[in-house]
Write a protein that binds this ligand. Structure first.
Ligand SMILES: [Zn+2]
Length: 303
């Protein structure tokens, strides 16, 4: 919280629920600063929402989580909390309107674990389409899906590809990276660290440390159990369960705040860069429109 003297804005950072809210109050005799707009869709009044869309140049974020087990030590909403933390902090730096909590993705592989919410394939796609359609109807002509859940890695590009089926007056952008490939504090994991392991647990030590139970992280094995014998390039839906039946890959107990801060800072910075690039993108919608028009009469399309 920073409080400045008379004549300037008093800004309070509220750490509430899943993210931050920036609330500015005018000092005595002052008019509210326009910078006081919240980035949270659900916190804006209707009139402020209009201003938010104007300020964001129609750029909106859809942080995408999931409800699934995260080892023995992390909460079910881990991906939602981490993705919202990154998206909300990024939007606070480069203004964008952030859609409310969304966790209706692909997670069939964890249906055997308590607390998993696994909607049907058709509903996942229909709900996402109606959500982005509704966002666009409200002025979000550039929608950035900030993905927090590894199990969405094929759903989301497929969703984006199917936007070409018929005309839309908006563009869907997918950002699906949560950690840098290299750099940062050396990692200690001796086994694959793909789900609720050192990386993800470290990020939760930044996003929601109050929900992390490091002392329980070794209660189950997060080791690869190699229970399928197929060539590497052959895919089955049961592959994940075959390797990590506890829905835990890694050693969450190795998590550190230092690693979490490095990775979360990277994620926030990366989303800021994405928002800026998307705001500057005046090509994708034009190409989409050109494509839709040509797709009406493919025989006339010039080579
Ligand atoms: Zn996760």
């Amino acid at each position: 919280m920073t409080t400045t003297i008379r004549g300037t804005v008093v800004r309070i950072l509220l750490l509430s629920g899943l993210g931050i809210a920036t609330v500015s109050r005018p000092a005595l005799g002052q008019v509210a600063s326009p910078s006081s707009l919240s980035v949270h869709w659900e916190e804006l009044t209707a009139a402020d929402f209009r201003e938010g869309i104007r300020r964001s140049q129609g750029t909106c974020l859809l942080p995408f989580g999931i409800m699934e087990k995260h080892g023995p030590h992390l909460p079910l909403g881990t991906d939602l909390m981490n993705a919202r933390y990154a998206a909300l902090h990024a939007a606070g730096r480069e203004y964008a309107v952030v859609f409310p909590e969304y966790y209706f993705g692909q997670i069939a592989e964890a249906r055997h674990e308590p607390g998993t919410i696994s909607y049907s394939r058709d509903l996942q796609l229909a709900l996402l389409q109606e959500t982005t359609d509704e966002m666009a109807r409200n002025g979000c002509k550039k929608i950035v899906i900030v993905n927090g859940h590894g199990g969405n890695e094929w759903l989301l590009p497929y969703f984006a590809q199917t936007q070409l089926e018929k005309p839309h007056d908006y563009v869907v952008y997918i950002f699906d990276k949560r950690s840098p490939a290299t750099g940062g504090p050396p990692q200690k994991s001796s086994i694959l660290n793909w789900h609720a392991g050192e990386d993800e647990t470290s990020k939760m030590l930044i996003a929601r440390p109050d929900t992390v139970h490091l002392d329980r992280a070794a209660n189950e094995s997060g080791a690869d159990q190699h229970r399928q014998n197929l060539p590497e390039d052959v895919y089955t839906g049961i592959w994940w369960y075959a390797r990590w039946p506890n829905h835990y890959s890694g050693e969450g107990g190795l998590a550190t705040e230092e690693l979490g801060k490095f990775q979360m800072d990277w994620w926030v910075n990366a989303v800021v860069d994405v928002i800026r690039a998307v705001k500057a993108d005046d090509v994708s919608l034009k190409l989409q429109n050109e494509f839709y028009e040509k797709s009406q009469h493919p025989l006339e399309t010039q080579p």
